[in-house]
Design a protein around this ligand. Sequence first.
Ligand SMILES: [Zn+2]
Ligand SMILES: [Zn+2]
Length: 211
Amino acid sequence: LRWEFGFTCAFCLLHESDLAGKGAEGLGLTTIEHFVPARTEPWRINQYDNCFYACRLCNRARSGRPVIDSTGRSLLDPCRHRWADHFRITDDGWLLAREEDGDAAYTEWAYDLNDLRKVELRQWRATTIREHLELIAEAPDLEERLLAESAGGLGGLRTIQRLREGARIARAFMKQYMAIPRDADPACRCGRNDHHTLPSWLEEQTSLLPS
Ligand SMILES: [Zn+2]
Ligand SMILES: [Zn+2]
């Protein structure tokens, strides 16, 4: 389940690394969410298509809320609905139901998708990754230009050293945002170790760190 959902909460879209950069395994921050609650239909507790990878916050927020509310709005199933069709994400991290989309509004409310901690973590992730990637990408070129201009001046060399160090730190820091966290188990309980891969849509979004 963890691999199939790309280490990401199916509902609020927080990645494990947003919750714990050094590895979330064993911390109890992620959980299995039963779309149809085990309380309502106990036999579905181990039914694979009823199980979703979710963060603790989403799991707690929804608690026992029903799949269909009293007004007939239905929770969106992340494996049947594309989130982009039902929600839009703002630059500052809000995940908002599209207008007149009752099911999305109910899902947003039931899972408390805009719990301020989630909003802040989504925003932090977006800006952090963008800024660090920019720094890493620009550093080598800046270094070149400084070298060409400063002609061996001591201050210039010091600046270059700091720049190089900054880029190195940024690269090390970015490792915590790897799509596959470092504590992910490559081998499967079934004994095979070749079929743990990211879902293709996530694989496409995964960028390599510029060296
Ligand atoms: Zn979540
Ligand atoms: Zn297996």
